[in-house]
Design a protein around this ligand. Structure first.
Ligand code: GLY
Length: 397
């Protein structure tokens, strides 16, 4: 189609070109929430008198009118109710693909290593494993056959975070996220600049598209629709469309907490798509006074509920990790658009959450019965069943 400019000549207007025949943009005032009442004008604060008594009265009136910050009651935290001799049960929890990683991370934290370094060593195993097609090297590519990766991490003791999104050619984005945290004043770097930053930091670029993932992509592309320009082949191969990821969280014996999530994101995604994994508060979150949480699965569903942050906030309010995660799952479903729900209101997608508390309790939870998560504590590494909201038979067909 021909390019036409909306309401201006080429030389006189800096507006973006529109495709001929596409609707003209609404005037910007159409987007104003004109049905909302205007806020009342702020009342004028009274003059401040010189006497202390008058000053205090005035200050509380100003606070009540919203001009001064009021002192709010402290929010509860698990650390505020533990004694100075507090000792946590060290443990590491992860998505099921982290079964090897939780052992590595647990051995490291019990040997005294920093919890974030330990769990990043744990997720590096999957990032560097070409057989895991949901993370790092060997991850399934986007619609154009390009592998792009997302990751984020948080370090509880120092209250820091780092993330990268849509980064290419670097197999361990979890380490790049940590480098953003350690070496910059920022939290999130994206795209080609994230790649450039990684190379400046000493990471080696490499081709992340394995032959197996390339073949899967070719098959997906050939079956886009019956009229596409590619001939279907290998008719018996089931095309995967999955949203794997690895999330890992750890608490040390002194109650220090860290969290990390890393992924190649949704297979065959629209180029530029970023999921929940690099979003602090969605893909993972950690508060050293409470606990940590993270997620795997359909990131679009999680982002709208800020699931990892919400889980930590529920735990701060006193819920155990399992109930906190189930409530997050309920919130996700409540925030889900109709097209992704069955007639029974059940979600058509998979999303899992994992959490641990400062004192070493942990859980995994999801919508449907049957999923597992990985844990390592004094009993060793193992898979544990996730809590769930619905039986598998309730999943919409
Ligand atoms: N949870 C990973 C993603 O949606 O990209």
């Amino acid at each position: 189609p021909q390019l036409a400019l909306a309401g201006c000549s080429l030389n006189s207007c800096s507006r973006a070109p529109m495709l001929a025949g596409s609707p003209r943009p609404f005037p910007s005032q159409r987007y104003l929430p004109h049905s909302l009442p205007s806020p009342p004008p702020p009342s004028v604060p009274p003059p401040v008198s010189a006497s202390r008594r008058d000053f205090l009265q005035t200050a509380s009136a100003l606070a009540a009118a919203g001009f001064l910050p009021r002192s709010l009651p402290a929010l509860p935290s698990i650390s505020s109710v533990v004694s100075p001799e507090f000792r946590a049960r060290p443990c590491v929890v992860a998505s099921a693909n982290g079964l090897r990683g939780v052992k590595v991370a647990y051995d490291r934290i019990t040997a005294g290593e920093d919890p974030l370094d330990a769990i990043i060593a744990g997720v590096n195993i999957q990032e560097l494993d070409p057989e895991d097609q949901s993370v790092g090297l060997g991850g399934l590519p986007n619609a154009e056959g390009v592998v792009t990766l997302d990751a984020s991490c948080m370090h509880g003791p120092t209250r820091r975070a780092g993330a990268v999104a849509c980064i290419e050619d670097i197999a361990t984005p979890s380490l790049v996220a940590k480098a953003v945290m350690d070496y910059t004043d920022h939290v999130l770097l994206v795209g080609p600049q994230a790649r450039r930053f990684a190379i400046e930091m000493g990471f080696t670029p490499q081709n992340l598209l394995t032959e197996k993932s390339r073949q899967d992509w070719l098959r997906w592309r050939a079956r886009l629709n019956p009229n596409d320009m590619y001939l279907d082949y290998d008719g018996n191969v089931k095309i995967k469309f999955h949203t794997g990821t690895i999330n890992m969280n750890a608490v040390t014996s002194s109650g220090d907490i860290a969290s990390v999530t890393t992924t190649s994101g949704m297979a065959w995604k629209v180029p530029g798509r970023v999921g929940d994994s690099p979003i602090i508060g969605a893909g993972q979150y950690c508060d050293n006074t409470v606990g940590a949480a993270g997620s795997t699965g359909r990131g679009e569903a999680n982002i709208k509920a800020c699931g990892a942050f919400l889980a930590v906030e529920f735990m701060r309010q006193g819920l155990g990790p399992e109930e906190a995660l189930l409530r997050v799952m309920q919130r996700v479903i409540a925030m889900t658009e109709d097209r992704l729900l069955g007639p029974n209101g059940r979600p058509r997608f998979d999303l899992q959450f994992y959490a641990l508390t400062k004192d070493g309790r942990f859980a995994g939870a999801t919508a449907y019965e049957g999923a597992s998560f990985a844990v390592c504590d004094e009993q060793g590494p193992r898979l544990v069943k996730c809590a769930y909201l619905f039986k598998e038979s309730e999943r919409p067909k």
